[in-house]
Design a protein around this ligand. Structure first.
Ligand code: CTP
Ligand code: CA
Length: 223
């Protein structure tokens, strides 16, 4: 059992964490999604709760179980994830670790598509709302600290720095998810924390240790 520290540095702070993939239906039995175990987001929620934070954990269908001691809201789609984040209300910080699907299927069917000789299905894609950008650009009630993630395969720092400025979040946690790094689906992560102060590379460590360091940084920023 995980017990929040009674006198942790994040006592009284409300922090929203998104995690896992979203599933965007094609029909009742099929979906599109990004690869995500939910391990890093889950570890972050757990680390924040361990420092005393009141955590709203909004998760898509992840492989790992949500941590104890947080307020878990389970969702399937990006639209539902955005609605759950908005419903969570005011927060002191928000960490967007979810691997949100970029598109949903606009012509998703209520019935199962059959391979019945009618030819291949034609899927119409429509863009999903960008939850991180939406919250970062809120004119009222924006959390004072908004943290995004950027999983990249090329030009990691350049792409992540541009992403931070485009979305207007405060920090971006960038990582290289090229297959040769073995990060995707593994228990370790090697991240660079990008903020106004520049880019700070952290050594490769367990996802739990990345979460612990990030939670510590968040506690310092909110102190
Ligand atoms: N994100 C989000 N909502 C979306 C897409 C992304 O909240 N619809 C968040 C992710 O949780 C992450 C950050 O935005 O914190 C960056 O996600 P990423 O997929 O790297 O960014 P995109 O803008 O979707 O760019 P790309 O074309 O590289 O996928
Ligand atoms: Ca994306």
């Amino acid at each position: 059992i995980d017990v929040a520290l009674a006198d942790g540095p994040l006592m009284g702070k409300h922090i929203i964490v998104t995690s896992g993939p979203t599933h965007e239906p094609i029909d009742p039995v099929r979906y599109i999604a990004n690869r995500s175990s939910g391990a890093q987001g889950t570890a972050i929620a757990k680390a924040l709760a361990a420092l005393g934070a009141d955590v709203t954990f909004v998760t898509g269908p992840a492989d790992v179980a949500p941590p104890m001691g947080v307020n878990t809201v389970k969702v399937q789609t990006a639209k539902q994830m955005l609605a759950a984040v908005k419903a969570a209300g005011r927060a002191d910080a928000a960490v967007f670790a979810a691997a949100v699907a970029d598109w949903h299927v606009a012509n998703a069917g209520a019935s199962k598509i059959k391979k019945d000789g009618a030819g291949l299905p034609q899927l119409d894609f429509a863009e999903n709302p960008d939850i991180l950008a939406t919250v970062s650009q809120m004119t009222e009630g924006r959390p004072p600290l908004v943290v995004g993630f950027a999983a990249e395969t090329d030009d990691v720092i350049v792409n992540a720095t541009a992403k931070r400025l485009r979305k207007r979040c405060d920090w971006i946690v960038a990582n290289d998810v090229s297959p040769e790094t073995g990060i995707m689906g593994g228990s370790e992560n090697a991240v660079t924390l990008i903020s106004d102060a520049g880019a700070e590379g952290w050594p490769r460590m367990s996802k739990d240790d990345v979460a612990g360091m990030l939670a510590q940084r968040i506690a310092e920023a909110l102190a």
